[in-house]
Ligand binder design. Structure first.
Ligand SMILES: [Cu+2]
Length: 129
């Protein structure tokens, strides 16, 4: 199973070369996966993420440091609203959020609904510049 997941993530990364250098990035959700799973954005400029959930179940898109994710793994927030880096995306809907990332580096984006991260609902946001 791990091998299969690794192979799948390679495929997803491979077809995800639509890395966005602009100020708007589309991230799709299908079968509890993010597409693309690797996104590159510029540092210090507002980036609008358009997150489209094609699944018939709710998902989340949460970006942050490992500390942020650890808090959400054990947290109890069932719904996210009001923080641009933490977005609930209801079934079959699209949400937009605008974030300016001040530091170059790499952040994970995850869905913290039960079981989703373990299933593979994760991605990497690279902040360049
Ligand atoms: Cu999810």
């Amino acid at each position: 199973m791990l091998v299969l997941l690794a192979a799948l993530s390679t495929i997803v990364s491979g077809c995800a070369s639509a890395e966005a250098a602009g100020t708007s990035v589309e991230i799709g959700i299908r079968y509890s996966r993010f597409h693309p799973a690797n996104v590159t954005v510029p540092r210090g400029r507002p980036v609008t993420f358009v997150i489209r959930n094609d699944d018939p179940i709710d998902h989340e898109w949460i970006i942050g440091s490992e500390a942020v994710h650890e808090a959400h793994r054990t947290g109890s927030e069932a719904h996210h609203d009001g923080r641009p880096t933490e977005v609930t995306v209801p079934a079959l809907s699209t949400r937009e959020t605008t974030v300016t990332l001040a530091e170059a580096g790499s952040l994970e984006f995850l869905c913290h609904l039960p079981g989703h991260e373990a299933y593979g609902m994760s991605g990497t946001l690279t902040v360049e510049g």
